[in-house]
Design a protein around this ligand. Sequence first.
Ligand code: PEP
Ligand code: MG
Length: 402
Amino acid sequence: MQGFATELGGPGSHTAIVAEGLEIPAVVGLGPFLADVSGGEPVILDGNQGVVILQPDEETIARYRLEAEIARSVAAQLDTLRDLPAETIDGVRIGIHGNIEFPNEAEHCIARGCDGIGLYRTEFLYLTSPREPTEEDHFAAYSEVVRAMPNLPVVIRTLDLGADKLRTETTSEERNPCLGLRSIRLSLRHIPSFRTQLRAILRVSAMGDVRVLFPLISTILELRQARMVLADVMEDLAEKRIDFNRNMKVGMMVETPAAAMMIDVFVKEVDFVSIGTNDLIQYTLAVDRGNKDVADLYNASDPSVLRLIRRSLDAAAAVGVPANLCGQMSGSVVYTQLLLGLGLRQLSVPPSSIPEVKQVCRSVSVAECRLIADRALEMDSAREVKNFLRDQLSRVLPETAV
Ligand code: PEP
Ligand code: MG
């Protein structure tokens, strides 16, 4: 596929996220335009700017050809960073991990010089098949990823189905699916399927540095319940003398304001946290991440979101629990300095963003980033924060267009 454009959806929707992961140019949420295309005519799809140009003139085509040429040479230059560490100029090592949806994307992360897989979204195993995956289906997919990542951590997230991640034949009765039976809630209602997935994750934990991540945790009881099911599955495997890592690290996503507000309680019961800003923004600002009509209100630079991130990172640091940020925000270089300044030392990003984020990390100092974060936290609007961050990025990397 060369690319696609949709009338519906927003930049935070999973259609857009998967397209970015697979490096397919895409523009979503354009509103009605299909009536204006008859098929077969030339079209320019500009996924960077979010525009589609129907029947472009020669001058526009020439301009885009030149831009594509420049993008190819920038990518070739960034390739040279592949084997260099993401270390700031004041010597702080940042971990850059990849987000994947399909096992073969692990290779793309390795090719870009990642430090591991920070988020493996397993729901695509369900979405690409008409039947429920078996334990062997799970095991085959997970082992492919673990084999591609020798000696590197692989964070496998349990099923996060629901909201905009549903099989096409499913007709949801829910009127408000983002607030409905999705994600960990669904897993805890379907314990046999949850156990099947956990058995497969535990089995691959014997093959490498595998960690499990529970999505959309909003209460401590949910976390405890999920951990109880995990402990139970461990007992089962032990009884059957099946190999697994009894000390497999267990983490939770921080993607609801409830989790961020109660983070001091949660961090005492997990080995790591991963901040999921895609949902955290949606639930904090009450903006559906997949709705084009409110896409302009869906904003990672909103001060309320920044405060929740800071709160989460501070609480994790206070008890020495490692924190990662795996929402799309971490792959956008305009936020890198802010995130390092807020205390983040591990980012998980789409494979195509790894080189660019690494370049920014290698061009800044944490001391400077802290000042940037402090300034941003004093601001009162998303627009002010975003303009400030753009300005700060252009100071260290003037050639990076954002
Ligand atoms: C998030 O919400 O930030 C996240 C990483 O999970 P997903 O995009 O799969 O909902
Ligand atoms: Mg999420």
